[in-house]
Ligand binder design. Structure first.
Ligand code: NAD
Length: 366
């Protein structure tokens, strides 16, 4: 290839750099990659995609909304117009696998009911796409493992939508612990719950949700205990109560559970679908404490420690999470919220349900 053809093919920039004897080729291509926005396709255009993820994509630095997958013709039409999406980037659940032929889509973001995450993650990975999948990862540890395996087999990255891990208030909670700013960690209290509405929604159907409040929001509290302590629980004891046995006939309504960690740290956790205002992450140390409340909402987080209030910018959780995943892809490094993280949480939720089934028996985890 002569110099002119090379310049034309590379858009000039790389050729000019080499001709000038400047930065090596590899660095320049990396810089160009870093400038490129990765194309995201959203699968499932429900409440989260509509109200949080699509608006967040407009605020990201390294991502863009490139495509959609939906079973509803009206939604496909509305989204195409609203986000100026070309027809060739719009899929149904039936045409989904054809996404493999679309170079404009780098990442598939799975935002479907929990029990559909496995299938749609595997299909995306088999189509050669990286996958960001909403929490909870799936409804059983085996399904989670299959997702990890599918992405590994296709050499694709997998991350779970644990948005809190990209928020300054939560990062501060982790840092206080890891730096032992108040000495050794002793206790954690973590809880998240809300009063759920529509009795006919998929969240109350076991086959689609895999569980109730615990799988949906209790998992934030569980995650919190793990990233604040930096440890994995070794003992779990759980109890459940149901005040509305009709509405919650298929899934859990309210669960409280305790966990012991190897260092002796104890966590007391709760979750519910039947009361508002439970939204807290507290850590108690030898010489002080730290607290987020509200801890897990999309915005308006507040934090304080025994020394005074925390004061951090409110960031868009989803934009930060997606930009982080884009950076992982561009730099070919594993996400800190990789599939294995989601799998660990689902193993623990399974142990919580096991303890409840056995009348509050303590379950040991290895
Ligand atoms: P939703 O009910 O609003 O949307 C679900 C979407 O899936 C809809 O577009 C629906 O049409 C589609 N769908 C396809 N097949 C379906 C089926 N068989 N039954 C029901 N819906 C079907 O739900 P959502 O609130 O958008 O939640 C989607 C996922 O996102 C869940 O896994 C949930 O746990 C997760 N989520 C995460 C957060 C977070 O803060 N990270 C917040 C809310 C939801």
């Amino acid at each position: 290839m002569n110099r002119r053809a090379f310049m034309e093919r590379t858009g000039g920039a790389i050729g000019a750099t080499i001709a000038a004897g400047a930065a090596p080729f590899v660095l320049t291509t990396r810089a160009a990659e870093a400038e490129r926005k990765l194309g995201f396709a959203l699968v499932g255009l429900g409440s989260l995609s509509t109200n949080q993820i699509a608006p967040a994509l407009q605020k990201t630095k390294y991502c863009r909304l490139a495509g959609i997958v939906s079973g509803t013709p009206e939604k496909r039409k509305k989204w195409a117009a609203q986000y100026n999406l070309p027809e060739k980037n719009i899929y149904t659940y039936e045409t989904y696998d054809k996404i493999k032929d679309n170079p404009e889509i780098d990442v598939v973001y799975v935002v479907l009911p929990n029990a559909m995450h496995g299938e749609y993650t595997a299909r995306a990975a088999n189509a050669g796409k990286h996958v960001l999948c909403e929490k909870p990862m799936e409804v059983s540890a085996q399904k989670c493992q299959e997702m990890v395996d599918a992405c590994k087999k296709n050499n694709r990255l997998l991350a779970i939508g644990y948005r809190c891990q990209f928020v300054p208030y939560h990062l501060e909670m982790m840092q206080i612990s890891s730096e032992k700013q108040f000495g050794a960690l002793k206790l954690i209290e973590a809880s998240f719950g809300f009063k759920i509405g529509d009795p006919n929604q998929w969240r109350l159907k076991h086959a689609l949700a895999g569980g109730g409040a615990l799988m949906d929001v209790g998992i934030y509290a569980l995650q919190g205990t793990r990233y604040v302590s930096g440890e994995e629980p070794v003992e779990i004891t759980a109890f459940e109560t149901k005040s509305d046995t009709q509405k919650f006939r298929e899934v859990d309504e309210t669960i409280f559970w305790t966990m012991k960690f190897p260092s002796g740290v104890m966590a007391n956790c709760g979750t519910t679908y039947n009361a508002n205002g439970m939204n807290r992450l507290y850590a108690g140390y030898e010489t002080g404490w730290s607290l987020l409340e509200p801890a897990y909402s999309y915005g308006g987080l507040q934090g304080k420690t025994s020394k005074g209030p925390m004061d951090f910018p409110q960031v868009d959780h989803f934009a930060s999470e997606m930009d982080d995943f884009a950076q992982c892809i561009l730099q070919n490094k594993k996400s800190k919220v990789a599939g294995e993280e989601g799998l660990r949480d689902v193993r623990i939720t399974t142990a919580i349900y096991d303890s409840i089934k056995q009348g509050g028996k303590t379950i040991k985890l290895s």
